[in-house]
Design a protein around this ligand. Sequence first.
Ligand code: ZN
Ligand code: ZN
Ligand code: ZN
Length: 766
Amino acid sequence: MAKNETLQLARISVRGIVQGVGFRPFVYGAATRHNLKGWVCNTSEDVKIEVEGGMEAIGQFKLELQTKAPPLAHIEDIKISYHPPVGYKSFEIRHSIAEEGKYQLISPDIATCQACLSELLDPDDRRYRYPFTNCTNCGPRFTIIEDMPYDRPKTTMRYFQMCPQCQAEYDNPLDRRFHAQPNACPKCGPHVELLDAQGNTISSPDPVASASQLLRKGKSVAIKGLGGFFLACNATNDAAVETLRKRKKRFSKPFAIMITNIEEVKRHCYVSPEEEKLLTSPQSPIVLLKWKEDSSISRMVAQNLHYLGVMLPYTPLHHVLLRDSRLPLVMTSGNISEEPIAKDNDEALRRLSGIADYFLVHNRDIYSRYDDSVAMVERGTTQLIRRARSYAPYPIHLRFQTRQVLGCGAEEKNTFCLTRDNYAFLSQHIGDMENMETLKHFDSTISLYKRLFRIEPEIIAYDLHPDYLATKYAQELGESGLKLIPVQHHHAHIASCMADNGVKPPIIGVAFDGTGMGADGHIWGGEFLLADYRAFTRKGHLEYLPLPGGDAAIKRPYRTAIGYILSLLGESALDQGLAFLPQVSDVEVEIIKRQTERGINSPQTSSMGRLFDAISAFMGIRDEIDYEGQAAVELEMAAYKENYAHNRESYPYNIIEDDEMRIVKLGNLLSAIIEDLKQGMPKGEISIKFHNTVAKMIEEVCCLIADETGIKQVALSGGVFQNRLLLRKTVNLLEKGGFKVFTHRQVPTNDGGISLGQAVVANFTE
Ligand SMILES: [Zn+2]
Ligand SMILES: [Zn+2]
Ligand SMILES: [Zn+2]
């Protein structure tokens, strides 16, 4: 400081993700470098800093805050005010202050950093092979936090007393582990243990090495990870994968794979530069990659699929295990079919016994369940398909201030969403709300988010479907006097896409999915809406067709196919030698006929998802499904089999306009496909023509709506747009037609995004 320069005191408040990410040591370093005195402190709301020194030094310090913060910090706002100096003698890090009603953002769990990985693999390091190695730049956060401010006593690490060496790192502002709350070492931290299927300890000097031996022998091991248990087996061993499928009752839904490093990944999959960046990012999600034909990974891992879900190791335990086993491993959620992932040791032994041969457990509790996130890169942009580990609970930023609202979400791939200020706290993936276990998980996670972010919702938003558990949950809250606002499912889809992209409404919304309760009591799913955040008008849809047997038709798409043929082409069309028909018994065909004719247990639907199902079934691709969307996915995959990419042909359809409503009639489409099948056209070619048709249909209806309204921006949302082929074709056509197109990015296009849409719509509803 120059002589005679006037001293100033600057009071600074920094908001964002600034706790548990090495922010205070960074502040300490910057302040001492600029010879500033004062202190830094975490509060429930922000990081508060007071620095005293010359104006120039304070200015440089502020610039460093803005430009040089640690990698995991995410600064949202810096406020600064100037005061007369008080005469600080040094710079210190003060104890955290808890404040009533205040909140701040929380870092999600983050994949092991390079520095920790080097220590983990260094035989001379005291953390060599230690599965709980972490620092302020990586490791568990959200999964171990019970409350804020983020300090060790408020995490599940409070049971572990740090040894003198760890304590010294923790206390040294210049150490990478300064105030790293989960800091631990083999002497003082958590430990792993290997158990047999009965829960007996298997004594081993190195349980991780023993577990990898078992995996090499074809055994399945339940591994306690960050946010719960995962089931692992050798991904190159057909028998091991098949056994795991049978035991887990997950017969064909694809498994995710964990592979040691990016070089190995490239031996099995095609990886674009954007995909590589995503795989190796601190979030380290599962990325859907194009699977190489000559990969040694068992085809049983993702049957009939062209894409493989791949992730890299993201905890030290994974790194050691993968290196020891020298195998790509199946790494799938530790649950039976759609229940929530098991998180406690006893619970895992109880629920996963009969599935896993062995259990690799540890004694650090998991506070919050957290599945792996799933993403894909489409047109160079990351799109989350399942938003969980390393993304939640980081909020979606809204372009407007909100009231405190709870959106309860839908039934499948449920998430909930809590809003306050300009934040939407979209929860991690909760699961399919079909059982009490998931409902409990939903309820306790809502409580956690309310507590962490100090939210007491005044409004509860929910889906129109009366049977959804999330709807029932909302209605119970309504009984205690909270304001209830129902939000139509497809309006929520479009609102969620608008919020995801910060779009200024109104917009033409194309919401294509399997099932959503319509405002007229029918099942919608092939919808063209004119929407803003407050309301929507239905401007077009696929014609209504029967779903003979309701849920039975969803599980057995051949029923949908027969129902569609009967209503569109009449009974005689069933005699055209369709390949799938001989598979169906005469009795069932009779039942379907009766249901369709008389409308018994045969709801009407305008669903695009069901149209994909029906086409898939009557092309003989998939007539019964084991997981949601399977028939449609396999229809998409058929298009990749041969090189049909350049085929621009499409099938005929009709659009009837009636009183500003457009209805897409499908009879000609169906008979043209039957004709191609009769001619022996390859299925892949029919599939690509069908995809071309749907994209064309979207563009045509959007043009009609644009002609009427003058609106030239379109939002695409709903599970059908997980279909990458359709998404690409649709965006291309719409852009060529002069539309500005919005697709999902941070929020899933499937029902995982519904709660966000509900919350923003309810926020704008009087
Ligand atoms: Zn680290
Ligand atoms: Zn220690
Ligand atoms: Zn939906």
